[in-house]
Every structure is written in C-alpha cells, then in structure tokens.
Design a protein around this ligand. Structure first.
Ligand SMILES: *Cc1c(COP(=O)(O)O)cnc(C)c1O
Length: 494
C-alpha cells in the first residue's frame, strides 16, 4: 500500500513582526550621499505621513528564512501535482518568464508615445491575430482582466448588439445547470434575467428544453464546451442554429479551451462571443487571485461594439485606434494585464500550432486514463469518454460518512493538491479532476494509487480520512469565520 510520508512540515510560529527588534536592519543603504528625489514636494500635505510606518526590523537571513519557510507550507504547480478541475493548473514554462522580463517589455510605460512602444504593440497585435485564428473569431479585445471580467464584457456586448438592432426587450440569458457560477452571476450583475436549463441524462444541454425556452425575450445562451462535466456538447451546431433562428446570441465560456486547441474552434461551432482564460489554457501563472487575463473575441457583426482602443497596423506602424462610436468603451486601464499577455504570446509562439494541438490531445488522454482507473473505486456519474477533465463522486464513500472534502484533504497528506470539490452542482459529492497535459505518466500513476488507497481507507478506517490532513502546518480552517471575519493584515496584540 502507498506509504504516506511521515515527516510533517513544521514552521516557526512567530510572525515576522514578533521577531522585530528595534535597530535591526535587513539591508544596508549608505548613510551619506542619499539624495532626495524632490518628489515629496509634490505630495499634498493631507496625504503626508505624520508618523513613520510601523515596519518589522529584522536581519536579512531572518526575512529570507521567514518567507522561504512560508512558501514551503503551501502547494503550487512547481511543487505538487495540481489537478484542480476547471482551473487548468498546467506547468508554466520558464521561457515565458524570461521573455516577460526583457527590459523592452518590462520597463516601458503605457503613456509613452506609440512610436516608442512599437515592439509591444506588435506583440499585442500578433497575439490578437493568433487568438482569432485559434478560435475562429474576427477580432479580440485584450483588456478584460479575468474570465469573469470577460463574461461581463460579453454581456455588455450582447446588450449593445440587441439595442442597436432594436431588440431592447431581450432581457433573458439562458445558462445550463452545469454552468460555472460566474456565468449566471455576470448576466445578473449586468441586469439580465437568468434562465437555468437542466442537463439531460447524457450530461449535455437538452435540446428539447432549449426549444421551449428560446424565444423573442432571449438575449443570449451561455455555454461552456466541453462543459464542466468534461463532456463535449455534441449537439452544439443544431443548438447554435436554433438560437440564431430565435434571434439570440451564443456566448462561449472558453475556460475549457484546453481540450480544443487545434481541433475545433468556437467560431466554427457557431459562437458569436468568446472569452478565453489566458491564465488557464495559455499557461500563465495563476492562483491566489491573479493577475489573470480574459480576452474576448467576437464575430464580424459584433466587432463594432468591442471595447476601445484596438490596435491597428497602418503603413508599417502599430497604432491605438479608437473603435467605432458603437463601442462599449474602455474596460480596463491601458492594455489590460500586459505581463500576462506577453507570457501567453511566448507560450503560443514556442508551442506552434502542432504543439498546441498536441497539448490538447495529451490533456484529453491523461483525463481519460485517470477516469478509467479511478472509476474502479469511485462513482463517475456521467461515465462517458471525457475531454480534458472528468467529474467523479464520493457518493460511495459517503456511505461511511466520508465526504468529497475529506478526500480532498487526505490527498494533501499524499502530496497532491486537491481536485475541485462540490462543483459542478449537479453531481453529488463532486470531485472534479483535471490532470492537464504537462504531467508525466509516473505522476498520474502515483495519483491513481493515492486515490485508490484513500478509497480503501474510507472503507476500513474512515476516521483517518475524516480528520485529514495530518501532515500540514494548518489543518482545517473555520471557513465560515475566515469568510465573515477575515484577518488580512497583522494586528499587534493590545
Ligand atoms: C475559471 C472559470 C471561469 C472564471 O474565470 P476567472 O478567470 O477565474 O474569472 C468561468 N467559467 C469556467 C468554466 C471556469 O472554469
């Protein structure tokens, strides 16, 4: 049986502020010759400090050890397998980082005149062309800062489109019951009424139901393909046709594009508006809240509504072009999260079209391999050939009082980041597993062994699973308290 490593992580309990001793220094600046920048004279008196800031005073080795030890209490793609379903936690190639740090990219300012930033503008222009080709869309805006921000942009485009066509009474957005929470949230946030349609017994959007709910009040149908069960919506072409016949638009949540690169394009499936999550599919680092990037691509009919500015290429020169008077305006300062865009560009160019297609093939192969092996001990409710991820269930383990969340915690003891749990909502005790293409077979085998071992533990010794993790510095947190009363910065003891 798989042996759980016995050595636990330990951590110096003290916070860096508590290690502070007046007079200690972590860096040595020259005492003499420090020149005032003169900038402080421009600060309004009301914004000036009246007392020096309270900062910890520690030596350099203390601060290095503090942060290094903290980082070792965490899991990331650089330390552990990270099969967090729907999040595409693939390895982030280091070449992307090297390129993003070239001074020509790193040290420029967005307010510089365009004739001094031609290289960056060219990169953005080409990135837009590549994304358009990969997705079969006419143009992209690179402004949105995340998938959810892209969805909001999409909803603004939907409304602008219908308004322009005199269909202001189209107020309903249809989402499947398997959809990611951000889909209905984005639609509702922008004032649309959300209509949820149930999935059929094959885990796909039900065409019959759609036929009943699609009408002249429908603004848009939002879909993810493959959907969040990891299943390809194989009726997408007739669904798109039906939606268009009824005057609605089709929105593509591109979070699962990692299953499709070089294989099938949302534009060819009939989608009008598409968001991508560059931090997922295009390998830029994510987790911990950002930064991300959620470019939005559109078909020809919707280009005129895109956020402004777009990047144009005229007479050998890249320029920022204010788009049409129908534009929904600006969505984000400057050009979006530009460091993320540079990394995604580097990824696309280093992979090439054959490499991207290979990535999707390998992602799908890995997911099916895991699904096949793990389904020996766990229920897989929609056990069909999957795309880049699949959803298992802890329903069988639940009979012994073990929940999906317990299995997730126990996986940490075995050295794996947990999968996504309790999503999608339509699977009871969901364990959503996405291995991505960047893991060697040996890692997949170790993960399978761990999953099977935990199933056995749930059967024979459920307490060890229910009380997991046993090897971490912090075990289970009070998640409600953490959400209601978060402590986000150091508070000195009174
Ligand atoms: C991640 C995800 C989103 C939201 O994207 P963010 O970049 O996290 O805002 C939307 N839909 C699906 C299916 C996702 O997996």
């Amino acid at each position: 049986m798989y042996q759980v490593p016995t050595q636990s992580l330990t951590m110096d309990e003290k916070l860096i502020f508590e290690k502070s001793k007046p007079g200690k220094e972590g860096c040595s600046l020259p005492r003499e010759g420090m020149v005032s920048s003169g900038l402080e004279s421009g600060i309004p008196p009301s914004l000036k400090r009246t007392a020096p800031p309270v900062l910890p005073e520690v030596s350099e080795p203390e601060i290095v050890r503090h942060f290094t030890n903290l980082s070792r209490c965490n899991m990331g793609v650089d330390t552990n397998f990270y099969p967090l379903g729907s999040c595409t936690m693939k390895y982030n190639p280091r070449v992307n980082e090297t390129i993003a740090q070239l001074s020509g990219f790193r040290d420029i300012h967005p307010l510089q005149p365009a004739d001094t930033t031609q290289g960056m503008l060219k990169l953005l222009y080409e990135l837009e062309r590549h994304l358009s080709l990969i997705c079969g869309m006419e143009r992209f805006t690179l402004q949105p800062a995340a998938g959810a921000h892209g969805e909001l942009c999409g909803m603004m485009l939907v409304r602008a489109y219908h308004k322009k066509h005199g269909n202001g009474k189209r107020k309903k957005v249809i989402v499947p019951d398997s959809s990611h929470g951000t889909n209905p949230a984005s639609a509702a946030l922008f004032g649309f009424e959300v209509v949820v349609v149930p999935s059929n017994e094959r885990g796909r959007v039900d065409r019959g139901t759609l036929d009943r709910v699609l009408n002249d009040e429908t603004a848009c149908l939002m879909m993810t393909n493959p959907n969040t069960l990891g299943l390809f919506e194989d009726e997408i072409v007739p669904i798109a046709k039906l939606t268009h016949e009824r005057g609605g638009l089709l929105y593509y949540d591109g979070a699962n594009l990692n299953a499709c690169l070089g294989k099938v394009r949302p534009g060819d499936m009939g989608f009008d508006i598409v968001h991508l999550n560059l931090h997922k599919t295009f390998s830029t680092p994510h987790g911990g809240g950002g930064p991300g990037s959620g470019p939005v691509g559109v078909s020809k009919e919707i280009v005129r509504f895109l956020p402004s500015p777009l990047i144009a290429f005229n007479k050998g020169c890249y320029t920022l072009e204010d788009s049409s008077p129908d534009s929904i305006g600006r969505l984000k300062l400057f050009h979006g999260n530009i460091g993320v865009l540079v990394r995604a560009y580097a990824y696309i160019r280093s992979m090439g079209s054959a490499g991207l297609a290979q990535a999707s093939e390998d992602a799908v192969l890995s997911a099916n391999y895991l699904r096949n092996k793990i389904s020996k001990a766990y229920d897989v409710p929609y056990n069909d050939f999957c795309m880049h991820e699949f959803v298992a269930s802890a329903a069988r383990q639940n009979l012994k009082g073990v929940h999906a969340g317990d299995i997730a915690k126990r996986l940490i003891d075995y050295g794996f980041h947990p999968p996504t749990v309790y999503f999608p909502l339509i699977v009871k005790e969901a364990l959503m597993i996405e291995p991505t293409e960047t893991e060697p077979k040996e890692t997949l085998e170790r993960f399978i062994e761990a999953m099977l071992a935990i199933a056995k533990e749930a059967e024979e010794n459920p307490d060890i699973v229910k009380k997991a993790p046993h090897t971490t510095v912090v075990g289970r947190c009070d998640e409600v308290l953490a959400a209601r009363e978060p402590t986000l910065c150091y508070q000195a003891p009174k």
